[in-house]
Design a binder for this molecule. Structure first.
Ligand code: 5GP
Ligand code: ZN
Length: 141
């Protein structure tokens, strides 16, 4: 728990939230700026800043909770699919620095769904893709 963290406040109950699920390790609640009907967030109760920092056991617990909630929410809300999203770092759109997974039900009916792809998928340069892949392989050791 950190005093300045909004999501630590939500977990502690000092900041109000619409809770959808809770277990020993995780807390799930509705997003106040929903990108679609049913957009919610799953967080570890123990504070971690982001994907780089979160311990493996908390990451596993949050991911499994997100899957459990998605499996219930998609049919219950009549969704046609679901996105799990994590943003790590301000340049990757992270705005709250307590790790969270977005669970975003998706709909053919766009009156329930305001999301779109943020880039136009176009083929990359094959050599550049291979060279970048090699850098990642080298970094993995
Ligand atoms: P990020 O941009 O860090 O990936 O996601 C942060 C999310 O937290 C955003 O989708 C934003 O709408 C949500 N959010 C920000 N403040 C609050 C709040 O006070 N309550 C709830 N329930 N969600 C919040
Ligand atoms: Zn926190």
């Amino acid at each position: 728990m950190t005093d300045q963290c909004l999501f630590c406040g939500i977990v502690a109950g000092t900041v109000p939230s619409v809770k959808v699920a809770e277990d020993e390790t995780t807390y799930a609640f509705m997003d106040i700026n929903p990108g679609s009907d049913g957009h919610l967030l799953v967080v570890p109760k123990r504070h971690s800043k982001d994907l780089m920092e979160i311990p493996a056991d908390d990451l596993a617990a949050v991911t499994l909770a997100a899957q459990r909630i998605a499996k219930a929410a998609v049919p219950a809300l009549g969704a046609d699919g679901v996105n799990l999203l994590n943003c790590c770092g301000a340049d990757a759109w992270q705005t709250v620095f307590h790790f969270h997974l977005h669970v975003i039900p998706r709909y053919v009916d766009k009156s329930r769904d305001r999301l779109g792809l943020p880039w136009v998928p176009t083929p990359g340069d094959a050599e550049a893709i291979a060279a970048t892949g090699a850098k990642v392989v080298a970094a993995l050791g």
